[in-house]
Design a protein around this ligand. Structure first.
Ligand code: NAP
Length: 244
């Protein structure tokens, strides 16, 4: 067992999977939380093992309290106390506010906000016992700038930023919220959105550069602000500039 055991929610695909592999490469034992595809999660866990660290796939639906408790219990029993958490599971569905479905609003809030709160609560106990912890909220730059059709998603991410702010700096437990710009090559940015961002001159974050920036932010030796904004350069070949 290693000292560092991290849970990545929604880790079976997209950005979560890329972050899970980077954590494994940095020496973390990682549990991949998955909701819909055990096959994808097992494939992601195998990628962790290829990176030289044990990987575990656990069913974890952030909207379901019992599944969160059970997932953390399994991780603790099978690989050790949790000292890292990436609140990555997310859901978004664009729509005009005037006719936005409240069921969709509830799902966005339950997945992104309540789910992150619940997982943080589950992880915090062992972090406080270990006197060490890293919590990363995968937030979005829309929390700062807004975006047409994404009012609930923007508000949800704003809450993630605030949660990190209020959790930050409890001894050696550190929480950060990364307000990401749109990513290239993986995740929720559809081809239509990609075209729209290109039209607006918004750069996409290259997968490797984004993951490397995230690992820099959680580096033990580095003091960071609770909220970090990471955007792609207009020319996506460049590394990700950051501000806070
Ligand atoms: N991609 C970007 O450009 C970008 C930019 C800013 C912020 N972010 C944030 O980064 C995170 C990852 O984004 P992504 O682009 O990789 O998204 P994605 O491709 O849509 O993947 C979302 C992940 O969340 C999981 N998930 C959804 N509902 C869940 C639930 N109730 N319980 C557990 N897992 C659930 C999904 O699993 P299932 O497939 O099983 O549903 C999937 O693994 C999100 O929080 C997003 O808001 C992304």
């Amino acid at each position: 067992m290693t000292r560092h055991v991290a849970v990545v929610t929604g880790g079976s695909r997209g950005l979560g999977r890329a972050c899970a592999v980077a954590l494994a490469e940095a020496g973390w034992t990682v549990a991949i939380g998955y909701r819909s595809s055990e096959t994808d999660a097992k494939e992601a866990a195998a990628a962790l093992e290829a990176a030289g660290m044990p990987g575990l796939a656990v069913y974890l639906d952030t909207t379901d309290d019992a599944s969160v408790q059970e997932a953390f219990r399994r991780v603790t029993d099978e690989v050790g106390s949790v000292t890292g958490l990436v609140n990555n599971a997310g859901f978004s569905q664009d729509g005009l506010l005037v006719k936005y479905s409240m069921d969709t609003y509830d799902r966005v809030m339950a997945t992104n906000v309540r789910g992150s709160f619940l997982c943080t609560q589950a992880a915090l106990r062992s972090m406080l016992r270990a006197k060490f912890g890293r919590i990363v909220n995968m937030s979005s730059a829309v929390a700062l700038h807004g975006n047409a059709g994404q009012t609930d998603y923007a508000a949800a991410n704003d809450v993630l930023d605030r949660l990190a702010l209020h959790l930050a700096e409890r001894g050696s437990m550190r929480a950060i919220s990364v307000a990401w710009g749109p990513w290239d090559s993986a995740g929720m940015v559809s081809p239509e959105l990609r075209r729209e961002y290109a039209r607006r001159g918004i750069g996409l974050i290259p997968l490797e550069a984004g993951v490397a920036s995230l690992m820099d932010e959680i580096d033990e030796s580095r003091a960071t602000a609770p909220r970090v904004v990471l955007m792609g350069a207009a020319d996506a070949r460049h590394a990700v500039p950051s501000s806070s």
